[in-house]
Write a protein that binds this ligand. Structure first.
Ligand code: SAM
Length: 321
């Protein structure tokens, strides 16, 4: 038997909100219901009227263990885990807090849960608010056998591109000369250098991204070489040798840099281009690629961005025609 807070169905929502905020609910067990009442499993019974100022009573009933031992249902796909830091974009505050409680409760390794209030500025940084846990934002994250060190508040990083980065790294051949134009902490670059003997120029305008890229390079045993360069790709690229492969992962603005990238791409060189577009937009972009002498080898939907927009990846070869 276990102590549950018994409340009427009408009051349940308001009381649940307060209990979630105060971290009172025992998520190991399910919230139970009958026709009139809701029974909320409690971590302890010291709940007082200051917390729940609506009618309630504590009853001892048989607990029903949660089906999902790890997370509440709302958690599916609702957060990104970067090392030991969880980041959610859930806009409804109560749901976000509920998730944060459940995560810290069930995953002792998670040291902080943050709300991502949007990505801003030229460095594409997340505006983060701490929901639960400690305020530390530096972490170590592992993807495809590569270790990254980063500060989630000072650099852009999304674990959702891990598979895409693996796809790209698998296509690289020995001896390639590569330019990663918007490298961030070097996520594409390190994935490639981990598995292939290639030379990579990894450019980013954010000094913190370059700092963490250098730290990550030092943490890994790489086969290829990476030269981190801090600055504006549009200028830096002029001084670099022509490339066998160029990666353009700046999905809101890549188009602005397209012609500059093409100038640097060798004949038969490969372009990995990412852009957020609607269906008409991607068709137009592909048409433009053909006009520019790029042969489209692959078009992929990386992930949805909004109801009408998608992040697309285009892999194209420079025909020189
Ligand atoms: N490719 C990285 C990854 O997979 O994690 C991160 C890409 S992030 C979407 C875009 C990055 O481009 C940011 O780190 C930002 O600082 C950088 N950036 C934006 N404008 C730039 C520019 N003109 N030149 C170089 N880097 C730029």
């Amino acid at each position: 038997m276990k102590d549950h807070l018994k409340v009427s169905k009408e009051d349940a929502q308001a009381i649940l909100q307060k209990l979630r905020k105060g971290n009172w609910i025992d998520f190991e067990n399910q919230i139970q219901r009958d026709t009139d009442n809701v029974y909320i499993p409690l971590k302890n019974t010291e709940v007082d009227e200051a917390i729940v100022n609506l009618p309630w009573v504590i009853v001892s009933i048989e607990p029903v263990p949660s089906k999902d031992k790890h997370l509440p249902k709302l958690a599916g796909g609702a957060f990104d885990l970067i090392g030991d830091i969880a980041i959610t974009k859930i806009r409804e505050r109560d749901r976000a807090i509920h998730l944060a409680d459940a995560l810290t409760e069930t995953h002792p390794n998670i040291k902080g849960v943050f709300l991502d209030k949007g990505i801003t500025g030229p460095f594409r940084l997340r505006d983060l608010e701490l929901l639960r846990g400690g305020p530390g934002t530096i972490t170590q994250y592992r993807e495809n056998g590569v270790i990254f060190r980063l500060d989630v508040s000072k650099v852009y990083f999304s674990p959702r591109l891990a598979t895409e980065r693996m796809f790209v790294s698998r296509e690289v051949r020995v001896g390639e000369n590569i330019i990663d134009m918007f490298a961030g902490i070097g996520a594409f670059s390190l994935n490639i250098a981990k598995t292939q003997k290639a030379s990579i120029y990894a450019i980013d305008s954010n000094p913190d991204a370059i700092k963490y890229m250098k730290e990550s390079i030092a943490l890994n045993r790489l086969i290829g070489t990476i030269e981190p360069i801090c600055g504006d790709s549009l200028e830096i690229i002029n001084a670099l040798p022509d490339a066998d492969r160029i990666i353009m992962n700046l999905p809101h603005e890549s188009h602005r840099y397209l012609r500059k990238a093409i100038e640097k791409l060798r004949r038969n060189g490969i372009l990995h281009y990412y852009e957020i577009l609607d269906m008409k937009g991607i068709e137009e972009r592909m048409e433009e690629f053909r006009d520019l002498g790029l042969f489209i080898m692959k078009k992929r939907e990386v992930h949805g961005y909004s109801s009408s927009l998608t992040m697309y990846s285009l892999t194209a070869a420079m025909t020189g025609e």
